[in-house]
Each structure stands twice: as structure tokens, then as C-alpha cells.
Design a protein around this ligand. Structure first.
Ligand code: OAD
Length: 270
């Protein structure tokens, strides 16, 4: 096997070796919870556990395109709370920047729409926002773009916005269930074949097609999971390492082993 043992020190040793040049990241809502943004599926604190007031048939309906078409109001009520606000990147986000400083980061595939990877200092070419973002918005029918400031105003008044061209519903370009993922996501998938290391952080790995990316790195490529709970098929490959705990603690421990501890704190304080 590539790793000496299935633990964090062995990952750190491997990262310092010449064999590890191309690191890929896959992350989800769990890397942002310490900044105050709820994740989706954690019991009690997750968004889906707290949607009773929206009177949905089931929680995911709020992000389903067919449901939205018939009843956009619940999404508009929620969109206000989800709107990227004054949230700071977490140490887990700063870890991405540190990896990049060391020329190790090839791509970060994120399911998050909070744009905190960008705020932590990663450049556009390193980020694949698999589930879109709030950076743009358009009509779900004729696809004509809609003015950002106007939508923000509507969202904050919980008023549904309609297309000025065809009266269709306006939605931020975040990917709903039933919609296809952005072309950049599909274009970026083949690069996973060249991975030397995959780090998965803060995701339940239940939403497809994103979750299946973990299978696309080479069979002997080390895969590290840093998450509160065990997810996916981690452990099924010889070079899988599962580190259970908070993302921030996990990346701090890894950085300590790499001698990057102070650099991480410096990036985080920026
Ligand atoms: P989930 O809420 O499904 O999963 C978050 C995962 O992170 C869970 O396994 C938590 O245990 C873990 N977690 C939470 N806080 C953590 C912390 N501080 N440290 C370590 N682990 C932590 O969120 P996602 O997997 O991102 O899609 O959800 C995937 C997609 O489902 C989202 O992009 C969204 C949602 O529906 C759309 O809306 C299209």
C-alpha cells in the first residue's frame, strides 16, 4: 500500500513526499458549520430538521424544481436566511488556501453555495461549485438573467420575483434537485483520474452525482475523510483513512504534523 498506516501521521508523511503532487478536495456544509451556517442533515441543528414552519410535504421539497414551480414561496422564505452574509471562512477553508500556497491543491469540488472557499483566498480556477452559487440568477423558463440587486431586495421582502420578459419564476443559480449540475462540474470530472490524494470533509456524501466522485480517483490513491460521522464507503480501499471529529480540529492536527500550524492560523486570521 501507499501509506504506512491508515492514520493522519501517515497521510502527512505521504503529503511531504514527492509522490504527492495533486491533491483534490471534496467538501460540503460541514466545513462551514463552525462559521454559523447550518448544514442540511445534522439532527436538531440541520436545516432540514428546522423547516416545519414552511409546511413542506418533506424537507427536500424546498430545493426541488417541480415543487418550486408550483409553490415558490417556501424557497423564497428560506433564501433570505441562506443568502451569503457576513460569514467568515473557517480553519477548514483556510486549510485549502494553505494547500494551495504549497502548490498541492489541484481542485476543490464544493457542494456549498456560501462562497467561503473564495473568501478564504482560493482563485476561481481552483474551485468547482458543483451546486452553483448565489452569484447569478435567472428565469427558470426563458433563462434570461435577472438583476442581482433586484432579486436581493425581493428576497429580503420575501416577495417572489418574476421574469420581466416572460413572467417565469426567478431563481438564484443554485442547483435544485431535478436540475443538471453546471458544465464546469462535468468538465472537471476527468481530472480526478490524476489525483495523488483526495480529502473529503464535512459532507454526508448522500447527494448524487457529487457523492460518486470519491470512486473516480485511482484505486490506490489515498483518500482521507475528515467528518463528524462515517460516510460513504470510506474504509473499503487499502489507502482509506477515516478521521472522525470536527473539520477544524482535523485540519489543525494535519497541519501540525506537516509543520504548517502557524501558517494555517495566519491564513485564518486574515
Ligand atoms: P449534509 O448536511 O448532508 O452533511 C453534512 C455532514 O457534515 C454530516 O455528515 C455532518 O455530520 C458533518 N458535519 C457537520 N458539521 C461538521 C463539523 N464541524 N466537522 C465535521 N463534520 C461536520 O450536507 P452536504 O453533504 O453538504 O444540495 O449536503 C449535500 C447537499 O444536500 C447540499 O449541497 C444541498 C443539500 O440538499 C442542494 O441543495 C442541491
Amino acid at each position: 500500500t501507499v501509506l504506512e498506516a491508515r492514520d493522519l501521521p501517515s497521510i502527512a508523511k505521504y503529503m511531504k513526499s514527492d509522490a504527492c503532487k495533486r491533491v483534490f478536495i471534496m467538501n460540503g456544509a460541514g466545513i462551514s458549520t463552525s462559521s454559523g451556517i447550518p448544514d442540511f442533515r445534522s439532527p436538531d441543528t440541520g436545516l432540514y430538521a428546522n423547516l416545519a414552519r414552511l409546511r413542506l410535504p418533506y424537507p427536500e421539497a424546498v430545493f426541488e424544481i417541480t415543487f418550486f414551480r408550483n409553490n415558490p414561496k417556501p424557497f423564497y422564505m428560506l433564501a433570505k436566511e441562506l443568502y451569503p452574509g457576513n460569514f467568515r471562512p473557517t480553519p477548514a477553508h483556510s486549510f485549502l488556501k494553505v494547500l494551495d500556497n504549497h502548490k498541492l491543491l489541484t481542485k476543490c469540488f464544493t457542494q456549498n453555495i456560501d462562497t467561503l472557499e473564495r473568501r478564504a483566498g482560493l482563485s476561481d480556477d481552483k474551485i468547482v461549485e458543483a451546486h452553483g452559487s448565489y452569484a447569478s440568477q435567472r428565469c427558470i423558463d426563458c433563462k434570461r438573467p435577472y438583476d442581482a440587486a433586484k432579486l436581493k431586495e425581493k428576497l429580503f421582502k420575501e416577495e417572489v420575483a418574476h421574469c420581466e420578459n416572460c413572467k417565469g419564476l426567478i431563481k438564484p443559480d443554485i442547483v435544485f434537485f431535478g436540475e443538471s449540475l453546471p458544465p464546469l462540474f462535468h468538465r472537471s470530472i476527468p481530472s480526478l483520474k490524476s489525483a495523488d490524494l483526495l480529502i473529503v470533509m464535512g459532507t454526508s456524501l448522500v447527494v448524487q452525482p457529487f457523492a460518486s466522485l470519491v470512486d473516480l480517483v485511482p484505486e490506490d490513491c489515498p483518500r482521507l475523510l475528515i467528518n463528524l460521522e462515517h460516510v460513504g464507503d470510506f474504509g473499503s480501499r487499502p489507502n482509506d483513512v477515516v478521521h472522525l471529529g470536527k473539520c477544524d480540529d482535523g485540519v489543525r492536527e494535519l497541519c501540525r504534523l506537516l509543520g504548517w500550524e502557524e501558517e494555517l492560523e495566519r491564513e485564518w486570521e486574515k
